[in-house]
Design a protein around this ligand. Structure first.
Ligand code: 5GP
Length: 189
């Protein structure tokens, strides 16, 4: 991968329920020149999700074809569904000086790290919940998942968190505003 691109590539990973989506949304509203990559997924759209804005929703066979065509700079299976990031899109946007934010899991982060090995343009951030008890509470309050799913997500979070040491920055998402400020400082320092 050509790493002489102008923009920064920012990877943010976090266990489900850590508050990553709200943080990313606030970041893009506050920071100019920061765009979030739209991934392709085999997951079914949730109510309210918009094609091309939240994800590009495809079936398994289309995903396989895109994979074979080398369309993805990284891809991974997460919670039973496949997700991938378009290499062409990332390259084009970075060339024009945009900062790109990837909201991907740790498996994808490992692949991006490998491809951008010697690049100063890559920033990796892992968001941690204050505790597993707090994560359980937040998932319950969100009210979107069954008790069984919540139990699974908390257990998966435990293994996700083990990978936090592979990231340059680890932030505990205790206070929304403080987390936002910390990330802004990392990206724009
Ligand atoms: P959700 O289905 O809840 O939107 O996302 C589930 C998980 O998949 C999250 O951890 C999210 O960061 C991850 N994810 C979303 N898009 C991608 C992608 O393109 N690549 C990888 N590796 N993970 C992704």
């Amino acid at each position: 991968m050509n790493t002489t691109t102008k923009g920064k590539l920012i990877v943010i990973s976090a266990p489900s329920g850590t508050g990553k989506t709200s943080i990313v949304k606030a970041l893009t509203q506050r920071a100019n020149n920061l765009i979030v990559s739209v991934s392709t997924t085999t997951r079914k759209a949730r109510p309210g999700e918009v094609e091309g804005s939240d994800y590009f929703f495809v079936n398994k066979s289309s995903f396989e074809t895109l994979k074979k065509q080398g369309e993805f700079i990284e891809w991974a299976k997460v919670y039973g569904n496949q997700y991938g990031t378009s290499e062409r899109w990332i390259k084009d946007k970075m060339k024009t000086g945009n900062n790109i934010l990837l909201e991907i899991d740790w498996q994808g982060a490992q692949q991006i790290k490998e491809k951008f090995k010697s690049s100063e343009n890559l920033i990796t951030i892992f968001l941690k919940p204050p505790s597993l008890e707090e994560l359980h509470k937040r998932l319950k309050e969100r009210g979107k998942d069954s008790d069984e799913t919540i139990k699974n997500r908390v257990s998966l979070a435990t293994s996700d968190i083990e990978h936090s040491k592979e990231f340059q920055h680890v932030i505990i998402n205790d206070s929304f505003e403080e987390t936002l400020t910390k990330i802004q400082n990392i990206i724009f320092s």
